[in-house]
Design a protein around this ligand. Structure first.
Ligand code: DAT
Length: 190
């Protein structure tokens, strides 16, 4: 990760008219639902990275123990680079440290209480090992720590995602943040 940051420093930020937002968090915290609602509210385009990985075979096969794909990170980054360049994307993925820092203007980490997350994961039909792994990930704040290590502190925002009300509130905040970003961006161009 550190070597990535050094490398990042040499790459210019591409100017973009619309921001790119990353919505990340442990599986089950509400990334896809929130991203879909935020895309609807803002007009930005939702990229579900998990779906993209499957659709374009950006993986090295299935990890049968965890019943999940083994990501081919280089292929994924190459695939997404052109999509990200013009801005206007909401990227939804359960890990955040693999992406170039320069892609994102805002990184949202969704958080869910244990007692709420467990039944969400159960109802997905995950096996016990996968449920425990994800519960531990959330309890240890793994994704939040990753986000704080991978992106500038001021662009990383932690949001609670336990209830529908909180989800709606989160979408409103994303929309307000985007409008603010656009206004600032246009002012800077004048
Ligand atoms: P993720 O994309 O992080 O894996 P999801 O959006 O697929 O999560 O949501 C998993 C399930 O939990 C889905 O049935 C919707 C529900 N859910 C997610 N966030 C919620 C929230 N804040 N309030 C109520 N239900 C939520």
């Amino acid at each position: 990760m550190d070597s990535d940051s050094d490398y990042e420093a040499d790459i210019p930020h591409f100017p973009r008219d619309l921001p790119n937002i990353l919505i990340t968090g442990t599986p089950g915290t509400g990334k896809t639902t929130t991203s879909e609602m935020a895309a609807e509210a803002t007009g930005l385009t939702h990229i579900n990275v998990g779906d993209l990985v499957k659709a374009k075979s950006l993986h090295e096969g299935l990890d049968t123990e965890y019943d999940s794909y083994i990501l081919d990170e280089d292929k994924l980054i190459d695939e997404m680079e052109e999509m990200m360049r013009p801005g206007g994307k909401i990227v939804d993925f359960h890990t955040c440290e693999i992406f170039p820092e320069r892609w994102f203007d805002l990184v949202i980490v969704l958080r869910t209480d244990n007692g709420v997350l467990y039944p969400r994961l159960e109802s997905r039909g995950y096996n016990a090992k996968k449920i425990n792994e994800n519960m531990e990930c959330e309890i240890m704040q793994v994704v939040l720590e990753e986000a704080r290590e991978s992106y500038e502190e001021q662009i990383v925002i932690e949001l609670e995602s336990n209830s529908i009300d909180q989800m709606e509130e989160n979408v409103s905040r994303i929309k307000a943040w985007m409008e603010n970003w656009i206004a600032n961006n246009n002012n800077n161009k004048k």
